[in-house]
Design a protein around this ligand. Structure first.
Ligand SMILES: Nc1nc2c(ncn2[C@@H]2O[C@H](COP(=O)(O)OP(=O)(O)OP(=O)(O)O)[C@@H](O)[C@H]2O)c(=O)[nH]1
Length: 655
């Protein structure tokens, strides 16, 4: 339990976090695509607004160019320049009362995009000015424009070519109604009908008016913010950006916003993300981008062209996207909850499975331990009798390691030759589908023998024998016990010699052996004389002692193959294989003499008593055609009886 709980917690944690990661990683690209689509929409809208602004800008500039050209080609204007001497010192054109002057004044007054119109001769002298009440620029000494950029620029141009003074930081200011307004000067040369250069006409474009019309045209979306910067990063509008609201004309946008500027200045067209806004921009070069214009070529000086024009619009945030896509949110939530539910189910079920697996493993280990350490042997054999499995107990009996038996050992080879037949029969039964059992002797690696009984059955699949499963019980102890019990059953507990039952069982063997070898078999019966007296005089224990001593003495006089048995209380019998009756008589005599001369010392009432014992004997032969010892015993007893009757301590042979 100590190790499974953290495992469960870990699984639950995984169940909660993995779905989140999976769902997010699956749906993020979809939402991201949504976001991209929105951004594309914003980009398209910005492009559209920029297009409108660009048209307004180009229109304003083009109209100015066209007006400048139209004025330059007015015959009266050319005549004015040809027919009059240049205006001298103090003789300003604003006081010219001619019809031309009236016309031009009216034109300027009714077109607010222009702040002034100036007619300049070839020497730079101002010939005419409209409106008349416009003060001459303070930097123009004596109304001479000879040193101005527009005069110098336009003086070299061909007909219909235009000079555009560089706006931006070079914006020129002039006073109008007491305030300094920025202007952009547009100048074009004036030629007469003989194509002689006669002077220059200057038209000043009120930049404030232009930017105003830009704002009006571009603020289709009230959230749109306009950007117009010259090539040096000079700010060209009256209002600032969303991020830099304090910017005003001529300010250094490049310095104030270096990051966007580095991108703006290096690319012709594109978009940039500025925090929560998108800036769409493109370069505008009014020198080349003109249409519906009568102008030839357009020139300018300085390095402030082209301008960069742009518009910023707010970009959608993730929050706003999700707010709009509530169905997606619901779907996400549902998906996540379902995934977590599945995850939790998985965590619990796999935890349960883990526990079951652990239990199964534990049980398997227990079964394996029981199999290996069982007090009996287990083994499995394939159809060829090769060991495919054997438990530790049986391996230990045989003295082999696992790798020496599995797939290596033919089980029949460890069975003693005399029990191999029994094994073969039982194994054949098992292979045939019957249970088989055989008592065999196993030959161990160390040369020992082990008596076992093997009980086996076969494992079959689709009616085919696959392998046998055998239980091997060790019979050694049982055999020993049996032998012990048998020995006990056949032995006289007092004297340790065999009893009557054993004598009778062995007699059959000895009779048949004698028959086979054609050798005689004799029998002696012995009965201690007056044994009752010993009991009576010295006690039963003393009698027992006498019986034991006598047995020892008699045993010492016999051969290995002779069989001494106690057949009654104080009566003994000796079966003598390969012994003729005459030899048996001699043996009986030797025993009788030994007993007679052998004194037995016993303890009686604290004293040592020496007893003289004698015994009587009956001797007979065993007929080899008899199957039991019954008749021989009877004959011997007859002789014994006779010996008793005739005085004891004697031998009587009965034939
Ligand atoms: N101490 C002892 N006495 C036994 C045992 N078995 C039998 N006896 C005794 O042996 C005696 C046999 O006596 P009897 O059959 O009358 O014969 P006997 O006294 O030996 O006299 P004879 O055979 O005629 O010489 C009995 O008193 C039995 O009680 C025994 O295992 N131990």
């Amino acid at each position: 339990m100590r190790s499974t709980s953290p495992r469960l917690y870990l699984r639950l944690l995984l169940a909660a976090t993995l779905p989140l990661i999976l769902v997010t990683s699956t749906l993020f690209p979809v939402l991201d695509m949504h976001m991209e689509t929105r951004l594309d929409g914003v980009r398209d809208e910005a492009k559209g607004i920029l297009r409108v602004g660009e048209e307004a800008l180009v229109r304003e500039i083009n109209e100015t160019l066209n007006y400048a050209l139209a004025i330059a080609e007015m015959p009266t204007l050319q005549q004015r320049l040809e027919g009059n001497l240049p205006v001298g010192e103090g003789a300003v054109s604003s006081r010219d009362p001619t019809q031309l002057s009236v016309f031009l004044n009216a034109f300027i007054n009714h077109t607010p995009r222009y702040s002034k119109l100036v007619l300049i001769d070839n020497e730079g002298n101002e010939m005419l000015r409209a409106p008349q009440d416009t003060d001459a620029e303070p930097h123009l000494g004596r109304h001479n424009h000879a040193h101005t950029d527009y005069f110098k620029g336009a003086s070299k141009l061909f007909p219909r070519d235009i000079y555009l003074s560089p706006p931006g930081r070079n914006l020129q200011y002039e006073m109008a109604s007491g305030e300094a307004i920025p202007v952009v000067n547009v100048a074009t040369p004036i030629f007469n009908s003989q194509r002689e250069r006669k002077g220059v006409v200057l038209l000043s474009l009120n930049w404030q008016h232009l930017t105003q019309s830009l704002y009006q045209s571009m603020q289709v979306n009230p959230q749109a913010k306009v950007l117009l910067v010259d090539a040096q990063g000079g700010w060209l509008l009256t209002r600032g950006t969303h991020q830099l609201p304090d910017l005003s004309f001529g300010d250094d946008y490049a310095n104030a916003a270096p990051d966007p500027w580095s991108l703006l200045s290096g690319t012709l067209e594109g978009d940039i993300r500025l925090d929560d806004r998108m800036l769409y921009f493109q370069t505008e070069d009014v020198r080349t981008k003109f249409y519906n214009s009568l102008a030839g070529r357009i020139f300018s000086t300085g390095d402030t062209l082209p301008w960069v024009m742009g518009v910023t619009l707010p970009t959608p945030s993730w929050r706003s996207l999700l707010k709009e896509e509530t169905s997606v949110l619901w779907f996400l939530g549902l998906l996540y909850v379902t995934a977590v539910a599945f995850g939790v189910y998985w965590a619990f079920s796999s935890h349960q499975q883990h526990k079951l697996r652990q239990n199964a493993q534990q049980q398997a280990a227990e079964v394996r331990s029981l199999y290996e350490g069982a007090p009996c042997g287990y083994h499995s054999l394939n159809a060829d009798g090769i060991v495919i499995k054997m438990n530790r107990t049986e391996r230990r009996w045989l003295g082999f390691d696992a790798d020496e038996v599995v797939g290596q050992l033919r089980y029949r080879d460890v069975i003693s030759p005399d029990t191999q037949d029994a094994f073969d029969v039982a194994f054949a039964q098992v292979v045939a589908g019957q249970p088989g059992e055989a008592e065999c002797t196993l030959l161990t690696r160390h040369g020992d023998q082990r008596h076992v009984v093997i009980q086996a059955s076969g494992y079959r699949r689709h009616g085919r024998f696959i392998y046998s499963r055998a239980t091997v019980f060790d019979l050694t102890e049982r055999k020993q016990l049996e032998e012990k019990l048998l020995a006990q059953a056949m032995t006289d507990p007092l004297t340790g010699v065999f009893n009557r039952r054993y004598l009778q069982s062995q007699a059959t063997n000895e009779i048949s052996r004698g028959l086979r070898s054609n050798t005689p078999l004799s029998l002696i019966t012995i009965d201690i004389d007056h044994f009752k007296r010993i009991n009576d005089e010295y006690g039963h224990d003393a009698g027992d002692e006498v019986l034991k001593r006598l047995t020892t003495v008699v045993s010492g006089l016999l051969r290995q193959e002779d069989l001494l048995c106690r057949v009654g209380g104080e009566e003994f019998a000796i079966l003598l294989p390969n012994t003729a009756i005459s030899q048996a008589e001699q043996i009986a005599e030797r025993i009788r003499t030994t007993i007679d001369t052998h004194e037995v010392t016993i303890e009686h009432e604290g004293d040592h008593q020496t007893l003289h014992i004698t015994a009587s004997f009956g001797v007979t032969h065993v007929e080899l055609n008899e199957t039991t010892l019954k008749a021989a015993l009877k004959r011997a007893d007859k002789g014994l009886y006779e010996a008793k009757e005739t005085g004891r301590n004697r031998i009587v042979v009965s034939h």
